[in-house]
Write a protein that binds this ligand. Structure first.
Ligand code: PLP
Length: 374
């Protein structure tokens, strides 16, 4: 028998990847993934890329792209510069690098619950244990044994859609600084904004402390390019670069070039407004269909941004059974229990509203309602 590492002995299939496979079946209506609408993909009618991009490149990324990202991040209030920006092969890579940097077997991390399931999965893989963040008093209970790192999505959280207030962001940063906790902020949804709300990064309040802030071009340009970025405090940045070098040397240079063309396009702001307007319309149509079909069976709040509705069903609802039956009827969603740091059953589900067209969403929600009425 092959001898594997201790951590590999407990590898479990990712529920997200499994569901993506099911969602490929013809005719399936998928509310499950975080897939952007293909209508939003930036036009890729670009000139041929320079041939020298076919050569190996720097681990940190293409200098022009890093400079451009640094300018945008500094405008958000982050203490950064081009030399402290690293381009990632998707922001999922940033989660893996941060976990490698911080987590040993038994390391405690502070996380929200629910939280992004593929982050919880990576943290668990490296051996993390979780303490749950109370947004109203972050740092409460940290006492003598604070966590090594706090992982948060303050803007349009996945899965809840929630947006933290300015006070909550400031309190989180203050608690991390006071207890030498690394603040790791994941911010892939910030540009998908439908209602005004606070979006200043919590890491903007971390000057003098240790922090990592990351973003993604997956939801605003195209996820298939696999392009994200991070910036971090001066103590952590060089270590993250070394980990990235060990992982994949550098991010695909053609994708970096394509995204730079997009960022420099004078039509970018207008295009982003159109994307947000499209998603706002989809969200509103989805909310309307939810009210008609599930108004008596579920509660939710309207997400001010991002790609998801988080629904609470009647106490005791068997969500795994609901999923099995709805997949048989051609409808896919993500059970809320996958997002819980503490594990266990939960009468919650996450529904993505960006992918399905309105007519399919209507049919899918009607099927869910029928199954819940049963
Ligand atoms: C909160 C969060 N972080 C990170 C990612 C990973 O995104 P990507 O690797 O495509 O940049 C996602 C994807 O849905 C996400 O929701």
């Amino acid at each position: 028998m092959a001898r594997l590492s201790v951590r590999s002995s407990d590898i479990r299939p990712s529920p997200v990847r499994d569901m993506l496979n099911v969602s490929q079946r013809p005719g399936m209506i998928s509310f499950a993934g975080g897939l952007p609408s293909p209508e939003t993909f930036a036009g890729l009618d670009l000139p041929p890329p320079p041939r020298d991009l076919l050569q190996y490149g720097p681990t940190e990324g293409e200098p022009a792209l890093r400079a451009r990202i640094a300018r945008d991040l500094a405008a958000l209030g982050l203490d950064t510069e081009a030399d402290r920006v690293m381009v990632l092969s998707g922001s999922q890579q940033g989660i893996d690098l941060a976990a490698k940097l911080v987590v040993d077997a038994g390391t405690t991390l502070a996380v929200e619950s629910p939280a992004y399931l593929a982050a919880l999965q990576v943290f668990r893989f490296y051996g993390a244990r979780f303490g749950i963040i109370d947004r109203s008093s972050p740092g409460a209970g940290w006492g003598e044994a604070p966590p090594s790192m706090a992982y948060v999505i303050p803007t349009f959280q996945n899965p809840s859609g929630h947006c933290w207030t300015a006070d909550e962001r400031a309190a989180m940063a203050a608690a991390c600084r006071a207890s030498d906790v690394i603040l790791f902020e994941d911010d892939p949804y910030r540009d998908l904004v439908y209602e005004p709300c606070e979006r200043r990064p919590a890491c903007a309040g971390m000057t003098g402390g240790s922090w990592i802030y990351q973003g993604s071009f997956s939801k605003t340009v195209a996820p298939g390019l696999r392009l994200g970025y991070l910036t971090a405090s001066p103590d952590l940045f060089p270590l993250l670069v070394q980990l990235k070098q060990a992982a994949d040397l550098h991010t695909n240079r053609l994708s970096q070039w394509m995204v730079l063309q997009y960022l420099n396009d004078p039509g970018r702001a207008e295009r982003m407004d159109q994307v947000a307007a499209l998603y706002r319309r989809k969200r509103d149509a989805f909310a309307d269909a939810l009210t008609r079909h599930l108004g008596n069976n579920a509660s939710w709040s309207l997400p001010p941004g991002g790609l998801f509705f988080w629904l609470t069903l009647a106490e005791g609802t068997d969500v795994e059974r609901l999923l099995k039956r709805s997949v048989e009827r051609g409808v896919l969603f993500t059970p809320g229990s996958h997002f819980l740091a503490e594990g266990g059953a939960s009468p919650t589900i996450r529904l993505n509203f960006s992918l399905a067209d309105p007519e399919a969403a209507e049919r899918g929600l009607a099927i869910l309602a029928e199954l819940l009425d049963d």
